[in-house]
Write a protein that binds this ligand. Structure first.
Ligand code: SF4
Ligand code: SF4
Length: 132
């Protein structure tokens, strides 16, 4: 079951911190292309089942490189007022569709604390790899 509650995600991420760093070390020892193949269907499943319009947390907590301050000035409720012309950084967030998952693990652990998509992909990947 996917977890979407932002407070719970933050709490669980803090509780899992040691395990997440151990998992990072474990992933670094794996073949990067194999991990990308594992991540792809997990990401697609999670993304399909989490509605960013019910969240908007990245726009409140993070900031794309060309914009200043957060929450973002273009955020209205959970909606982006410049959605069609939003920066590329916003379009590709949380970047899990890109190759090289194992090369971005520090950011992934950081984003897992605030983004339900990243949190759930990381947790599902642990399950898929039987990591304890
Ligand atoms: S520009 Fe839009 S998508 Fe990007 S951070 Fe601001 S509100 Fe979010
Ligand atoms: S990308 Fe993540 S943090 Fe941003 S709105 Fe979607 S689920 Fe929330």
């Amino acid at each position: 079951m996917l977890i979407k509650d932002l407070e719970l995600i933050e709490k669980l991420s803090k509780r899992n911190e040691d395990k997440n760093w151990r998992f990072r070390s474990y992933l670094k020892m794996q073949e990067g292309k194999e991990i990308d193949l594992l991540v792809k269907p997990i990401y697609e499943f999670v993304k399909k089942n989490i509605d960013c319009l019910e969240c908007g947390n990245c726009c409140r907590k993070l900031r794309p490189i060309i914009l200043k301050g957060n929450p973002c000035i273009f955020l209205n409720g959970n909606k982006c007022e410049i959605y069609k012309s939003r920066p590329n950084d916003c379009k590709s967030f949380p970047h899990l569709q890109k190759r090289g998952f194992t090369t971005r693990l520090i950011g992934i652990i950081e984003y897992s604390m605030i983004c339900p998509i990243v949190f759930n992909v990381f947790e599902e990947l642990k399950i898929a790899m039987k990591f304890r």
